[in-house]
Design a protein around this ligand. Structure first.
Ligand SMILES: *Cc1c(COP(=O)(O)O)cnc(C)c1O
Length: 391
């Protein structure tokens, strides 16, 4: 999808307040022209930020990476409609809506719960770009059923429906004979030959958690390793915030397959550690099943139990809630660095990056935070947690 997979990199320097004082006493400064890691050698207290928040004004950076390999597959197969789902402020649903609309594909979004009184943030973008249906929570709980049913409705009597992972597998299997694949008639997975108005519907799972989402993240790893600031030689710890954990697993798979001395630390924000480990296993095994040997997945042998280091948030709280002081912290960092963080996701990664680059951190390496984006998230949060956002 992206003609240029490149990323902008900033270097953040820290000046500590008194020892033991929290993040709000640390001052930060942003160097927009970072020094290469090989020159840095811990001379000063700093970490790097990969600014995927700058990829697109309304399409969330992290979701844009995941859709990087998805959109070409949809286009190559002349898909007419996409069905996906998410929460009411889903960055994923909004991203699918924007990316599909850019390519003449109709996006159908199933959003959980009721229509909000005021539409803002990702909800507003979803409404502007996509076809929204609000789904009662009880029905939403049976996600696959709900998606399948809605997709058949969109497809109509003669249209065809396929899940993204199945379409991707077919695309890879038949890569050398894509033309033949497009004409395949009997398979239930592939699209039958369609007339002009027949719909070809693809179902994308919640949060772009499909294995094909990993490919765009792997492309990012390759591009970072070729960037003069980062390179292939230095030891690196990449820190990021995790929702479904797909991005974190994609980074780890990319590093292993490309032979990079990189470690991935993911802050768990939506699931228990058991949930994340289970998900990592499934993604690795799906990746190996679908991609091997084209993408050197043999490097992953023996690593089925996981590569990502899953960590708790430094200042813990209940999943998905904003705590007092966090919006203020985001303001502190925004004013000193120009970088906008949201209190739930990207602030959690920032907190960890600060800790890992402190001199007392064990196993010190160069710390790189992946800014996963989510700027529009702020609007929904400010509406929901009004008092925290009042100055
Ligand atoms: C979607 C999203 C995440 C979660 O990504 P996963 O791959 O699901 O872990 C994290 N941060 C932001 C800003 C996001 O939009």
């Amino acid at each position: 999808m992206r003609s240029d997979p490149g990323a902008i990199i900033n270097q953040i320097s820290l000046r500590n307040g008194h020892p033991g004082e929290g993040l709000s006493h640390t001052s930060f400064s942003n160097d927009l022209c970072p020094r290469p890691l090989s020159d840095n050698k811990f001379k000063d207290l700093s970490f790097y930020v990969v600014r995927d928040d700058l990829l697109h004004p309304v399409l969330n950076g992290n979701k844009a990476r995941k859709l990087d390999a998805v959109m070409p597959i949809l286009q190559e197969n002349s898909v007419t409609d996409v069905v996906t789902c998410g929460g009411c402020q889903s960055a994923h649903a909004a991203a699918v809506a924007v990316a599909c609309s850019e390519r003449g594909i109709r996006p159908h979004l199933l959003l959980r719960g009721e229509q909000p009184e005021i539409s803002t943030g990702y909800n507003l973008i979803s409404m502007l770009y996509g076809d929204i249906t609000y789904i009662p929570r009880s029905e939403y709980a049976k996600r696959d059923e709900m998606l399948s049913m809605h997709a058949s409705l969109v497809g109509g009597q003669d249209g065809s429906v396929i899940w993204l992972n199945d379409l991707f597998k077919k695309s890879i299997d038949d890569y050398d004979s894509a033309a033949r694949f497009l004409e395949a008639k009997e398979s239930t997975y592939t699209f039958s030959k369609v007339g002009q108005d027949l719909r070809k519907v693809v179902v994308i799972s919640e949060g772009s958690g499909d294995v094909v989402g990993l490919l765009g993240v792997i492309r990012l790893v390759k591009c970072l390793s070729e960037n003069y600031v980062i390179g292939k030689e230095e030891k690196v710890t990449i820190v990021l915030d995790a929702g479904t954990g797909t991005t974190a697993v994609g980074l780890a798979i990319g590093a292993v397959c490309l032979g990079l001395p990189w470690k991935v630390v993911a802050v768990m924000l939506a699931e228990t550690i058991e949930g994340y480990k289970r998900r990592e296993k499934v993604l690795i095994s799906d990746f190996k099943r679908i991609c091997e040997p084209k993408y050197q997945a043999s490097a992953l042998n023996g690593l089925d139990d996981g590569m990502v280091q899953w960590v708790d948030r430094i200042y813990p709280r209940r999943f998905g809630r904003v705590k007092k002081g966090e919006a203020e912290m985001c303001r502190h960092i925004a004013r000193q660095t120009g970088i906008l963080l949201d209190p739930i996701y990207t602030l959690a990664a920032w907190e960890h990056a600060v800790c890992l680059c402190r001199p007392e951190a064990e196993d010190r390496s160069n710390v790189i935070m992946l800014h996963t984006g989510g700027t529009l998230n702020m609007f929904g949060l400010a509406q929901r947690y009004k008092p925290h956002f009042q100055v």
